[in-house]
Design a protein around this ligand. Structure first.
Ligand code: NAD
Length: 492
């Protein structure tokens, strides 16, 4: 088995210690890869390479916009050309159904294309000012921030990498990228593609390793100008603290516990299927998962019965066999999810369907519906990150809104109703960064993504996603050069 290596300063290289780590197929627990397992010295070498590429070499930030865009378009084409290979890698690495993995790879190619297109858009502005100092012209220009550290989780391996790398590179930055240690395989292919497409050495550096050994070094480094992180709220808090040392810019896309509000006037079949997409897609390992389903009391029993009926009919199996639900990413994650269900039942939730491990090989979990949940239960308050829906009933719109917002998180939320005005009232009242009306979970490369409260800050995707990786500089020019005459010259 060949070893997946770091890519630092344009060279493929093992960790200095020579340590390696197995990559596990969650469908059967077997090893499907071996990758280098880096430590602080490897992270520092990657930071130094990015620093040199940005400060000394400077070739990427000085590359003319159309050439940068052309390179990113080549990357998009190369990703598209390797869709099947990348989808199989992500499906095996993460456990997700193959058709979901294919959609991720298509989105990843689209993301590079989108940011290639934005490179040519006008940015900055001209602000003419005439003041006490004479005629002046003030312009603002957008520049890359410098060296950006990018850290991603395991639930969308290639896509999360792309959401960060594409805008960071489009803006002219140099980067150090650390994927999750659980799902590093597609990132290695992405770096092969970046190299083949001609990205200058050191512009993008890949370091494979754990959060504590590598991620924490990136977060604390004085030589990193910005860190962008997707992952759990707890890790995000640690990163924000570590980043305070040199006050590097921070972007955090964190966890969620998002509400999905179903009114009695909604199309019931549509609401049930979209609720399934909301909570069972990607095995529920989705930051925006609509895991808290709030249903108007008059239809609650009908809704729950139908949701459970559909959940029981879902196919579960190895991602490559394209089931409805694949394996959870690890045994630890499966045990974590099972623990949530067991404690919920202990607190009085009714397990309508699922709740158990599926099979005895691999890390599979039955899609689970828990009814009779109450606001204080752990299952309603904590992010589960598994295929588990908690159901609560509400009686009025105001009550639904209050329940929806009763969470420390603020990533996403949905509403199902045939009353258009009510739909708008509810989403306007939701404290969340991403909302859906009569659908749940579709994501658009063109639209800004991110949360509020403990779901983090900053935005990825859309034009906002590019702005995050830029800083704005003022350039003020005296239009009448020469003595100002402000100070009277007095002879002593
Ligand atoms: P995690 O926080 O455990 O790990 C995420 C990444 O951070 C990994 O690469 C890990 O190695 C690294 N890391 C861990 N400790 C670190 C530290 N101290 N310093 C620096 N890096 C460190 O999260 P996970 O279990 O991989 O992913 C699941 C979480 O990600 C969920 O909470 C989910 O909601 C969140 N998520 C959020 C979004 C979003 O857009 N808001 C998207 C996907 C996932």
């Amino acid at each position: 088995m060949s070893i997946g290596l770091n890519h630092i300063a344009g060279r493929w290289q093992p960790a200095a210690s020579g340590a390696t780590r197995e990559v596990i197929d969650p469908a059967d627990g077997s090893a499907i890869g071996l990758v280098t397992d880096s430590a602080a010295e490897d992270a520092q070498a990657a930071i130094a390479a990015a620093r040199h590429a940005f400060d000394i070499d400077g070739s990427w930030r000085r590359t003319a916009g159309p050439k940068r865009a052309a390179l990113l378009l080549r990357v998009a084409d190369a990703i598209a050309a390797r869709t099947e290979e990348l989808a199989v890698l992500d499906s095996r690495d993460n456990g997700k159904p193959l058709r979901e993995a294919r959609a991720d790879i298509e989105d990843a190619a689209a993301c590079f294309r989108f940011y290639a297109g934005l490179i040519g858009m006008p940015q900055g502005g001209v602000h003419e000012v005439t003041d006490a100092f004479g005629p002046m012209q003030s312009i603002s220009m957008h520049e890359p921030i410098g060296v950006c550290a990018l850290i991603t989780p395991w639930n969308y391996p290639l896509l999360m990498a792309t959401w960060k790398l594409a805008p960071a590179l489009a803006a002219g930055n140099c980067v150090v990228f650390k994927p999750s240690e659980l799902t590093p395989l597609s990132a290695i292919v992405l770096f092969e593609i970046l190299e083949q497409c001609g990205l200058p050495p050191g512009t993008a550096n890949l370091v494979l390793g754990t959060g504590l050994a590598v991620g924490a070094v990136l977060a604390g480094s004085e030589d990193v100008d910005m860190i962008v992180f997707t992952g759990s709220t707890r890790t995000g808090q640690a990163i924000a603290r570590a980043a305070a040392g040199n006050l590097k810019k921070v972007g955090l896309e964190l966890g969620g516990k998002s509400p999905n509000v179903i009114f009695a006037d909604a199309d019931l079949e549509g609401a049930v299927e979209w609720a399934m997409v909301g909570v069972f897609f990607n095995q529920g390992e989705v930051c925006s998962a609509g895991a808290r389903i709030l249903v108007e009391a008059s239809i609650k029993d009908r809704f729950v019965a139908r949701l459970a009926e559909r959940a029981r009919a879902m196919t579960i199996g190895r991602g490559l066999g394209d089931p409805d639900i694949g394996a959870l990413v690890s045994e630890a994650q499966l045990q974590r999810v099972l623990g949530f269900v067991e404690r919920a039942a202990g607190e009085g939730a009714r397990v309508v369907c699922g709740g158990r491990r599926h099979g005895d090989v691999g890390f599979f979990m039955q899609p689970t519906v828990l009814d009779d949940c109450t606001p204080a239960m752990e299952i309603v308050r904590e992010e589960v990150f598994g295929p588990v829906a908690s159901i609560q009933a509400f009686s009025t719109e105001d009550e639904a809104i209050a329940m929806a917002n009763d969470t420390p998180y603020g990533l996403a939320g949905g509403v199902f109703t045939s009353d258009g005005a009510r739909a708008l009232r509810v989403v306007r009242a939701l404290r969340a960064g991403v909302t859906w009306i009569n659908c749940y979970n579709p994501t658009f490369t063109e639209a800004p993504w991110g949360g509020c409260k403990r779901s983090g800050y900053g935005r990825e995707l859309g034009a906002n996603g590019l702005l995050e990786y830029q800083h704005v500089k003022q350039v003020n020019t005296n239009l009448r050069p020469g003595p100002l005459g402000w100070y009277e010259e007095r002879r002593p």
